[in-house]
Design a protein around this ligand. Structure first.
Ligand code: PLP
Length: 287
């Protein structure tokens, strides 16, 4: 089915949607993005995603293409136009098309940002085979730039990380820096040991996951204790359980790290409980 996508105020069939070859997103990876989950036709954690988008734009001195209210309306319209029940809305903002290639940022008064959105359809999270079996991850060195808190479209190394995992017969990779796990290629990393739930504290070293923040809130409400601190790769391999969080994966159990099985080698009870709590609570708060 041909999707209807959004490009700078226009609604177009996907095969007629285009962006200039001079767009700075294309030439310089000068762009930021957000992925918002759609569950039962509603947007999950939307206020968090729009707040992070605004922060990413601010950090890069990039003009905002639309207000939070306008973005919510566009999100709702694209979901309706494409009849998405379960899936995602992908949004990207770039510094636009200055008409030529130049390292210097264009004058924002003369070059407006590019805003594009499209939808992706997914199965119901309850039916996820991956969540039932759990993910196998490998560790790879974290050689990304030092502003991982900004959600830029510079995704070549995370993409290479996924390919390294696939080549090794695994599902995903965890980045490791100075012996400590930073995060997954496209998710935040968590471990569980002796009932304690541990995830790295927020800094410029990791993306400030919207799902991570929601899971922290819901865990607190369920009286589950979360420790925000760095953990070493060795500590992770000795954990009872592990999981990752992201808008696309929700809470996804991890059962193996570098070939070492965690606990029983099956999705652990804390990860499964948090997945259930997240799915239930985030749906209640969906817009
Ligand atoms: N960390 C990285 C590097 C990511 O790319 C993502 C999502 O794309 C996340 C964490 C999880 O963020 P969120 O929960 O907001 O999807």
């Amino acid at each position: 089915m041909t999707r209807i996508v959004y490009v700078n105020g226009d609604w177009l069939p996907e095969d007629r949607a285009t962006v200039s070859i001079f767009d700075r997103g294309f030439l310089m990876a000068d762009g930021v993005y957000e992925v918002t989950t759609v569950a039962d036709g509603k947007l999950i954690d939307f206020p968090g995603h729009v707040a992070r988008l605004e922060r990413s734009l601010r950090e890069l001195d990039m003009p905002s293409p639309a207000s939070a209210e306008e973005l919510l309306a566009i999100h709702r319209e694209i979901v309706a136009k494409n009849g998405v029940s379960n899936g995602r809305v992908y949004l990207q903002v770039t510094r636009g098309n200055p008409g030529d290639r130049d390292f210097v940022f264009p004058d924002p008064a003369a070059t407006r940002p590019t805003l594009i959105l499209f939808t992706q359809v997914a199965g119901r999270p309850e039916d996820s085979a991956e969540a039932k079996r759990g993910l196998k991850v490998i560790s790879v060195p974290d050689i990304r730039w030092a502003r991982r808190d900004i959600k830029t479209v510079q995704l070549l190394y995370p993409s290479m990380g996924k390919m390294m995992a696939k080549k090794a017969g695994a599902d995903d990779a965890w980045f490791v820096e100075d012996g400590f796990v930073t995060e997954g290629t496209s998710n935040n990393a968590w471990i569980v040991k002796g009932g304690r739930i541990i995830t790295r504290a927020l800094s410029n070293d990791i993306l400030h996951g919207i799902t991570r923040a929601a899971v922290m809130r819901y865990a607190d409400e369920a009286q589950l204790k979360v420790e925000e601190r760095s953990f070493a790769l060795d500590e992770a391999k000795a954990a009872d359980e592990a999981f990752v969080t992201s808008a696309s994966a929700f809470v996804m159990p991890v059962v193996e790290i570098d070939g070492v099985a965690l606990g029983s080698g099956r999705p652990g009870p804390v990860s499964q409980r948090l997945r259930e709590i997240y799915l239930e609570e985030s749906r209640k708060a969906a817009l």
